[in-house]
Design a protein around this ligand. Structure first.
Ligand code: BF8
Length: 625
């Protein structure tokens, strides 16, 4: 008979329990697979880079080296490197696409236009483009320089000049300044293939360089050009989670899932097009309703206030409401099981990107140059499904939660610095006077194998200790579901943090965007250093990051660029290098000496909180505040 597995997410649990038939969901697959994954795979010592293996390697056992003699440290470093390269390639291929869309836009080839004129000159300057020129020329130069960040072969990627001087000097001394994104990713893949780099230290330093190419290159290009094209996010009220105001009973529901906001922006434009509204009405719906999933969701949440139905672990549940006419996907974090779940309903899974097709999906390719036509074709496919919605299968639990989002680095400047003196000075002052103990970022994924209570408990503990929390990605949506993105949640903060938050009407947890928007945190941390009073480099700041439920390779790349940028990060509940003590020591301890920051691992919310709060206190002590 039907049995619902234990699901870590309340909303998903309610939906799965109501299903009349047993549907194999990710949580059910976790249960069936059991809890003990392969130790070699998990700990990073399974070497698959050639056909003499796979070799399962054990540290310190001569007989259990790879056939080629590869040590556990080498294998772990290689595998770690391949995660960094892969994660960096994902953010950066996204960034490249945005740069191409931007190029086409400024050459008049797409229906989009550059919305954010205020930020234009800031970005120009940061890219080394002369901001004092006529706008059309300025835009074209920005587009060209942005594209070069990917294929440049020598020199330095331009955004690294946004980092504190001291950090730049350190990177130059260490030889880890990225030359160009593609070059770093290709080189890391080369180095980690059979018979190339066999010094784990050398490999792990290359990881730092490639990760920096992501953070200060691909991801930062994505964030900045998306802001220019679609607007810099500002504070906006919205809703998250599955509920009747997010998934509408009387409308054609289209979930937008994936990462590149260009598609979602086009769908939002098309959904309000009178022609499309009329067509929706013809089939008995009031119109077309969009809801976001994963980082695409965060992008349109931040800029348009369009609700997010779910983070990574709710993608199947959103479909299982039975009320989605279509799930439109582009790239990244789309589970293959989505198609299987959709088969039980009338829901179309529409792939749009030539890089990511799905068996059982309908492919309607999206081209930014024909953005509106493509978006309309996609919405028409959804509209045609509306009459097939089976009301007896619809279950939309009303679990929505209010949020206030849109805390781009610029928003924080204005909120905390005041409209007329946008600056981090007040933030720094509040840190120096101790009202704010420090700043912590909770970022990254959610994971079917980890309870989502970890990040919620952690966030509560941090704010209770007067730590201001920044968040991005699926963690942000999860903290939103827990009510922590509401200004009223300031009441959970310690007295002095609460006072600061209430003066400006800020929630205690600030949603800064999608995963590529972790680049906003790099800029914010650098600004805090530039503002003065908190040391000369990022590693002196009382700041710390974490990803308590990481699952994607992208999270590892993010963690590594934060560490190389001087911010210590805590990951959990496990870490992909633990079967080599030597390589792990390098990441957890030697990197501290090299970059002034390192990786840590924690398992429970208490462990995370104590490591992070201690770290902040130690940094304060070193600053003498
Ligand atoms: O890039 S947080 S599950 S959706 S990888 Fe994926 Fe992780 Fe979510 Fe966005 Ni980020």
């Amino acid at each position: 008979g039907k049995r619902t597995p234990k699901v870590q997410n309340k909303t998903a649990q309610v939906i799965y329990e109501s299903l009349g038939e047993e549907i194999l969901t990710a949580p059910a697959r976790v249960e069936r697979r059991g809890t003990t994954p392969c130790l070699f795979g998990k700990g990073g010592t399974c070497c698959r880079v050639c056909n003499m293996g796979p070799c399962q390697v054990v540290e310190g056992v001569e007989e259990l080296k790879g056939v080629c003699g590869a040590s556990a440290a080498t294998v772990v470093a290689r595998n770690f490197g391949r995660m960094v390269a892969s994660g960096g390639s994902a953010h950066s291929d996204h960034g490249r696409q945005v740069a191409i869309d931007f190029y086409e836009t400024v050459h008049g080839e797409t229906p989009f236009e550059v919305k954010d004129k205020r930020k234009l000159r800031v970005v120009a300057q940061a890219l080394g483009v002369d901001p004092n020129q006529e706008e059309p020329e300025l835009l074209k130069q920005i587009a060209e320089v942005a594209l070069r960040v990917f294929n440049q072969q020598e020199g330095e990627i331009p955004f690294i000049r946004r980092a504190p001087e001291k950090r730049q000097a350190l990177w130059r001394e260490l030889g880890v300044v990225p030359r160009g994104v593609d070059r770093e990713v290709v080189e890391l893949l080369h180095r980690t293939t059979i018979g190339v780099d066999q010094d784990y230290r050398n490999i792990l330093m290359a990881c730092a360089r490639t990760a920096l190419a992501d953070g200060w290159g691909g991801s930062m290009i994505a964030t900045e050009l998306q802001d220019l094209l679609f607007g810099n996010p500002g504070p906006i009220k919205a809703k998250v989670n599955i509920g009747l105001s997010v998934i509408r009973e009387d409308m054609v529901n289209v979930a937008v899932h994936g990462h590149e906001p260009v598609l979602a922006e086009a769908l939002a434009m098309a959904a309000s097009d009178p022609e499309i509204v009329e067509e929706a009405k013809k089939v008995g719906a009031k119109g077309v309703n969009l809801a976001g999933i994963c980082c695409t969701g965060n992008e349109i949440l931040m800029r348009r206030g369009i609700p997010v139905a779910g983070s990574f672990l709710q993608q199947e549940a959103a479909i299982a409401t039975g009320a989605l006419e279509a799930v439109v996907v582009d790239v990244q974090c789309i589970m293959q099981n989505v198609v299987e779940i959709a088969k039980h309903f009338h829901t179309a899974v529409i792939t749009t990107n030539p890089r990511a097709k799905m068996e059982g999906g309908i492919h309607l390719e999206f081209d930014a140059r024909k953005a509106l036509d493509c978006a309309k074709a996609i919405l028409r496919e959804a509209i045609a499904r509306f009459p097939k919605r089976d009301k007896s299968k619809v279950n939309i639990p009303d679990h929505t939660v209010d949020v206030v989002v849109g805390f781009s680095h610029e928003t924080i400047l204005y909120m905390l610095g005041g409209r007329f003196r946008a600056s981090y000075k007040p933030l720094n002052e509040n840190i120096i006077n101790g009202k704010i103990l420090g700043v912590a970022a909770i970022v990254g994924c959610d994971n079917y194998r980890v309870t989502e209570e970890i990040q919620v408990e952690l966030a509560k503990e941090l704010i209770a200790n007067n730590v201001l929390v920044l968040t991005t990605g699926c963690a942000a949506t999860g903290l939103g579901r827990a009510g922590l993105l509401r200004p009223e949640a300031a009441e959970l903060a310690g007295d002095s943090l609460r006072e600061v938050l209430e003066a400006v009407g800020c929630p205690p947890v600030l949603h800064m965007g999608s995963c590529v928007d972790n680049s906003r945190i790099l800029v914010a941390a650098s600004e805090m250093v530039h503002t003065g009073g908190l040391g000369e480099d990022v590693n002196e700041l009382p700041v710390v990051g974490c990803a308590p439920q990481w699952m994607s390779e992208k999270a590892i790349t993010i963690g590594q660029y934060f560490v190389a940028s001087g911010a210590t990060v805590v990951f959990g509940p496990d870490f992909p290098t633990l079967q080599s003590q030597v390589a792990t020591d390098f990441l957890f301890h030697e990197m501290e000496k090299i970059f002034g920051a390192a990786w840590r691992v924690a398992r429970t919310a208490e462990e995370f909180a104590s490591i992070m709060i201690d770290h902040i206190k130690n940094k304060r002590k070193a600053l003498g505040i």
